[in-house]
Design a protein around this ligand. Structure first.
Ligand code: ZN
Length: 442
């Protein structure tokens, strides 16, 4: 049993001092207790928060940084996508591992302690499966294990180039399986491999890439034949909606609903161009929404309906998606800030006396992602994994802060520079010499 006694701890009901967090030998929180003892010497300047949960990531897109901000002509989502296909086409398993490792290191250093990795590069460049068909998924998982990040591998099904435009782009062959059955066979292999790993930081879910690339019947089959988190990109671009109307005569969310895939297992990634009735329908189903505002702004997608989603009581989460920024604080606060720009008002997302705006946003960054990925994480409470982020109260952004203001400053002002360290399953990311004396056997 180890004890951590920080100066401050963010618990489900707010910020507290005089708290001891006990971690059991399995890496879970055994108890959270009141104490009169002073903080551990090395934690006098630390506020302990739950680690952020990154509910939507494509790790290999770390390699796109710096390559997609110049085009010969005006760019858009689809010209960006061509560059992404070009990159995907060049990667071998070692490079997938290397890029994933960089992305995951940066994630952990910025305060994320878990990732939902939406993984869709499966095959060799000509579309031939590897001898071990799960080789690339395993490379991504190994990179996460190397950094100690908790990972839910969202094994992605991609069955056609696009619904109404079936031209195959270079690079896409690596993503595409000939049928849902072939995908499901590989999914079983992946589940077996993960079971053999015996690492409780590694879990899996299923992700039909989008309604563009997976037909309705296949989405339906995947929902029926699998368990666990079920993620898909949806309503990201107006073109997706017009293609859906052309192919099915209905909007994308209706396609998912007809497939029987709008459930409490489902996370709808983006929903940028959703209408209010779609938000209402999602709310009734218990589905969750993941917003990725730094990527959505980089791609020119638009501003997602975070206000509407939270007003309808939908569980929301954040994702670093294309990795254009590795900054969970920014993903979280942009849900409010973008609405302010749009509405020319302040304090826009729903909040009340019991849950302030900052509290709501911290929940989106932590418990929201944990629910989406079906993880016992996201809050400092008994039974959950001991996944934490240490906020350095000596960081420049927090200098002279009144303790009562710490949550608001963390949500609206700090950068990842304030993250002094993270814990996953009771393991700190590094063992700084000063910290060694701060934990002790009970
Ligand atoms: Zn994505």
């Amino acid at each position: 049993m180890i004890e951590i006694r920080p100066a401050w701890a963010w618990l489900p009901d707010g910020l507290h001092s005089g708290v001891s967090v006990f971690i059991d030998e399995n890496g879970r929180i055994a108890s959270v207790e009141k104490t009169d003892a002073p903080p551990h010497q090395d934690l006098e300047d630390v506020a302990l928060f739950p680690g952020f949960v990154n509910a939507h990531s494509h790790a290999f897109q770390w390699g796109l940084r710096g390559l997609v901000q110049n085009e010969e002509s005006e760019g858009n989502f689809f010209s960006w996508r061509d560059r992404m296909f070009d990159l995907a086409n060049t990667l071998n398993p070692e490079e997938i591992y290397r890029l994933s490792l960089s992305a995951f290191k940066a994630m952990r250093a910025s305060g994320y302690t878990a990732v939902g990795e939406f993984h869709y590069v499966h095959h060799q460049p000509d579309g031939t499966p590897y001898n071990r068909p799960t080789e690339l998924a395993e490379a991504v998982i190994e990179a996460a294990r190397k950094t100690g990040l908790r990972i839910c591998l969202l094994h992605t099904a991609y069955l056609r180039p696009s619904g109404v435009d079936d031209r195959l782009s270079p690079g896409q062959s690596r993503f595409i399986d000939p049928s849902a059955e072939v995908f499901l066979a590989r999914h079983q292999m992946l589940l077996d491999t993960i079971e053999r790993m015996g690492d409780d930081r590694v879990t899996a879910g299923v992700a039909p890439h989008s309604i563009r690339t997976v037909p309705l019947e296949a989405i339906s089959l995947l929902m029926k034949q699998t368990k666990g988190p079920f993620h898909l990109h949806i309503n990201e671009q107006p073109r997706e909606i017009s293609e859906s109307l052309k192919e099915y005569g209905m909007r994308p969310l209706e396609v998912v609903s007809r497939a029987g895939a709008l459930t409490s297992r489902t996370t709808l990634v983006h929903m940028t161009h959703a209408e209010e009735q779609e938000i209402q329908k999602a709310a009734q189903s218990g589905a969750t929404i993941c917003f990725c505002p730094t990527t959505e702004s980089d791609l020119g997608d638009g501003i997602g309906p975070s206000k509407m989603a939270l007003e309808h009581g939908i569980n929301c989460s954040i994702g670093s998606d294309s990795q254009v920024q590795m900054n969970p604080f920014e993903e979280m606060r942009l849900l409010e800030q973008n609405e302010r720009l749009k509405l020319q008002k302040r304090l826009v997302l729903p909040a009340d006396i019991n849950r302030t705006l900052s509290h709501r946003l911290l929940d989106v960054g932590t418990t929201g992602g944990a629910l989406s990925l079906d993880l016992s994480a996201g809050a400092i409470k008994p039974g959950n994994w001991a996944d934490f982020m240490e906020i350095n109260l000596s960081d420049l952004d927090l200098l002279g802060a009144d303790p009562a203001c710490i949550p608001d400053i963390v949500v609206f002002s700090v950068s990842p520079r304030a993250v002094r360290g993270t814990w996953v399953g009771g393991q700190r990311n590094e063992a700084p010499p000063l910290f060694a004396g701060a934990i002790k056997d009970r």
